[in-house]
Design a protein around this ligand. Structure first.
Ligand code: CDP
Length: 781
């Protein structure tokens, strides 16, 4: 009997790639429907202004324009404001005033895309505004004489909320008694997920069937359907949301945007499909940003380097509307993972959110809700502490890691870490890169006046939200789902409640099913993104797919196998208890020669089911995770700095990740490469910048820079494997680890190169200009 090869852990080539690399993916803008109209949005050039008049006629007189929608129109329909995921409300189209540059003022619908843009342009020329004082700095926004931005709220300040977690008194005491205290202010700049495919939708309302089909670049189709039903009043069963191939999401495609609501309103009014696709500039100006956390971190420690307490204060700039995409109970997301990989006896964290005249947001850009900010902060400040104590950064880390025997580990900020062996991961990264040799090389180079730095980041992630008792988004509990249908010939259709945007679920989830059922990966088709067919789920973001829907997939496959066992017993004329599943076949215990394959069982499920057993072979599983998963990693970066230009060259970067059981090492490596490249962009090149008038100075790719293959360093990856004890196959998420863990490694390396000059911190992005100035300030030419 042939032993079925295990497909879990194999670098199976991605099933989705043939269509992507042949240009045969079907993205939103590839969809053209009969009688389709196009929509363009008129946006505010001002960051804060009263809107005096929106004279629609200017657009309506442009040939091809069929309708114009304004805030006033929406107000009459009760749709001028929509709820945000953070429990705030946001104007769909401006009513009364605008609060950020690029805010939606009117929607113009036309027979062609060009006519829609012409109409929007004509209208934009004549909208009357009365400029108001602008505030883009969150600290100034909190001053008593700051202009009040949100006049719609009862509370007449720009302060949105205060959130705190941890033991304040115990932490205060630990600081009072500490031998050493370090304090570092750290700004994590405003950045943007900037997926290559911007956001867009087609709303197709059929007046005869009263059904709305809504095609949208969505990371969470089911949640979008529910929110659409709640906002529009349409019955949910008459809404079908289809998320076609998605060209990158990174958190940008989780929220509901004004363009979506306007397209639905236009289609309802006109009874024709309406397409809206934003431009790159619209994407960078108005769809949701990430980060923008002004953080102060203090660590109390013993002189020998043992950490005693952590204290963090943060001002979070949320822009004009609090549209952060966080689970409801966590206004600052999972920022309280900020104690990281270290065994802090106590910690206390405070976050205050503030309105400014900037775009709304706070999306989880490739991170599990503010984990990147937390990880960057602790990894930066641990280096500050190492510098203060004159210790090597790895020695400080090794001394303070949560030891393997303490797992499951209750953190002082309320999490229960599932598993990890942080020292093993760090030591592996150190071996690969030759850490101590590099330190010697650095010493030699310093003598010659050369600038070389080594940066370490040993981060802990927190991914896979739920559990449902703690996590919900807009009230919807955070579980996820999988439905498996086995066809009579043993081929399998798998549908899940998440929606990949390039992460490879069509391959990796097929591997899970193939492994559980002993069938070839090619026999499994994975479908996601259609609410009419997929089971309900919360979507793909925050590295939650594998911990939640991946777990649901394994559990649904096991349900299928349980039923298959009954059918196998019937075929083998044995009792069910005597049937064993081994090496991908069912056989009678003690008689491996008497066996049947999964395919034979599948055929029998339709042609020869046993008495009393339902025909067919299907299962659905809604998986409510008992806990999150806590992947970790150790990243080490080596940089050389050119004294003449301030240019930083990343010479080496070693990333050792631990995401538990690996389903597909090639996919994991691809995820790590992508995330490291994003982290590199954030560390060295990117920032959404506003001038004092609220003009967005980084609203295209000539000012908001993406790393190309030219700038991107060579990544060296490896892994350790500490399975999650509560996940059915032991897997933890991985998609976000590299973006979460790498910025600190880059910055730590640069600061390390300059530490002998007394430099302790440099805010991102670390541009050559910043370094050049620092070098000149320290007399280095
Ligand atoms: O939610 P998202 O898909 O963005 O993140 P993820 O769950 O971390 O998964 C990213 C990709 O890596 C998926 O195709 C996973 O199935 C795959 N993966 C894996 O092969 N092994 C793991 N332990 C974790 C993820």
């Amino acid at each position: 009997m042939a032993v079925a090869e295990r497909v879990l852990g194999q670098p199976v080539k991605r099933k989705e790639d043939p269509r992507f690399i042949q240009g045969a993916g079907r993205y939103l803008d590839d969809i053209v429907l009969p009688r389709m109209l196009y929509m363009a949005i008129v946006r505010s050039p001002y960051a804060h202004a009263r809107v005096k008049a929106v004279p629609k006629e200017a657009a309506l007189s442009v040939p091809g324009v069929v309708a114009v929608i304004t805030g006033e129109d929406l107000e009459k329909a009760g749709l001028a404001w929509m709820p945000t995921l953070a429990g705030d409300k946001q104007m769909v189209l401006a009513v009364g005033k605008v609060l950020f540059q690029g805010q939606e003022v009117a929607a113009v619908v036309a027979e062609t895309r060009e006519a829609a843009f012409d109409g929007a342009h004509a209208l934009a020329q004549v909208v009357e505004y009365e400029p108001l004082p602008v505030v883009v700095d969150p600290f100034k926004a909190l001053e008593p004489d700051a202009p009040i931005l949100r006049e719609d709220r009862e509370q007449k300040t720009n302060h949105i909320w205060h959130w705190e977690v941890g033991d304040r008194d115990r932490t205060e005491r630990a600081f009072a008694e500490a031998e050493v205290v370090v304090r570092q202010e750290v700004y994590y700049p405003r950045v943007h997920p900037a997926p290559l495919e911007p956001c867009g939708c087609i709303a197709d309302y059929n007046k005869a069937t009263e059904r709305l089909t809504f095609y949208v670049t969505s990371q969470a189709p089911h949640a979008h359907r529910t929110l659409l039903a709640l906002v529009s009043g349409l019955p949910e069963h008459k809404i079908r949301v289809i998320s076609p191939d998605v060209g990158g999401g990174f958190g940008n495609k989780v929220p509901v945007y004004s363009g979506y609501v306007c397209a639905v309103v236009a289609s309802l009014q006109l009874g024709r499909p309406v397409k809206w696709v934003e431009t790159r500039t619209e994407n960078l100006q108005s769809t949701h940003f990430a980060r923008d956390f002004h953080m102060t971190c203090e660590i109390a420690a013993d002189r020998d380097g043992r950490v005693k307490a952590l204290r963090v204060k943060t001002i979070a700039d949320h822009g004009a509307f609090d549209a952060a995409a966080n689970p409801s109970k966590f206004p600052a997301g999972l920022f309280s993972i900020v104690t990281g990989s270290y065994d802090f006896p106590t910690a206390f964290v405070e976050v205050d959110a503030v309105y400014t005249n900037t775009a709304p947001g706070g999306v989880a850009y490739r991170c599990s809700f503010r984990v990147t900010e937390a990880s960057y902060l602790i990894e930066r400040t641990m280096d500050v502490l190492a510098d203060e104590l004159g210790m090597d950064p790895v020695e400080l880390r090794l001394k303070n890691f949560i030891p393997p025997e303490k797992f499951p580990y209750p953190s002082p900020l309320g999490w229960t870490y599932d598993s990890g062996n942080y020292a093993e991961t760090l030591k592996k990264a150190m071996d690969i890169i030759g850490y101590w040799d590099l330190r010697k090389e650095q010493e030699e180079k310093r003598k010659r006046g050369e600038l070389m730095g080594i940066g370490v980041s040993t981060f802990t992630e927190i991914v896979g939200a739920g559990p449902a008792h703690t996590f919900d988004i807009a009230g919807i509990k955070m579980f996820d789902s999988c439905e498996i249908r086995v066809h009579p010939t043993g081929k399998v259709l798998v549908r899940t409640g998440v929606r990949h945007q390039g992460q490879g679920h069509e391959t990796t989830f097929a591997q899970i099913v193939a492994d559980e059922l002993g069938i070839p990966v090619d026999d499994v088709l994975v479908e996601e993104g259609d609410t009419d067919t997929a089971p309900y789920g919360l979507g793909t973001y925050a590295s939650r797919s594998t911990p939640t829907a991946g777990a649901a997939t394994a559990m649904a496959a096991r349900r299928v196998r349980d039923k298959a066992r009954k059918i196998a017993a019937h075929l083998l004329e044995a009792s069910e208890e005597d049937v064993v599943w081994e090496n991908g076949r069912f056989h009678v215990a003690g008689a491996p020669g008497r066996s049947v394959s999964f395919q034979e069982v599948a055929f029998a499920a339709y042609t020869n089911p046993p008495e009393g057993v339902e025909p067919g072979l299907e299962a659905v599983y809604y998986y409510n995770p008992p806990n999150l998963t806590f992947p970790n990693g150790a990243y080490i970066c080596v940089v050389d700095i050119d004294k003449g230009t301030g240019q930083v060259k990343v010479r080496r970067f070693v990333a050792v990740d631990d995401c538990g059981t690996v389903i597909n090492p090639m996919v994991v490596e691809g995820q790590v490469h992508g995330g490291l490249t994003e982290g590199f962009g954030i560390a060295f090149m990117q920032e959404i910048v506003y001038d004092e008038n609220g003009n967005n100075l980084s609203s295209d790719f000539s000012t908001y820079l993406l790393p190309t293959a030219m700038e991107t360093p060579k990544w060296e990856t490896d892994r350790t494997v500490t399975p999650s004890p509560h996940h059915p196959i032991g897997a933890k998420g991985v998609g976000e680890s590299p973006n979460v863990g790498s910025p600190a490694a880059f910055v730590n390396a640069v600061v390390d190169a300059l530490s002998h000059l007394g430099v302790r911190h440099i805010d991102m992005p670390i541009t050559p200009w910043k370094i050049w100035k620092i070098l000149r300030e320290h007399g280095i030419e």
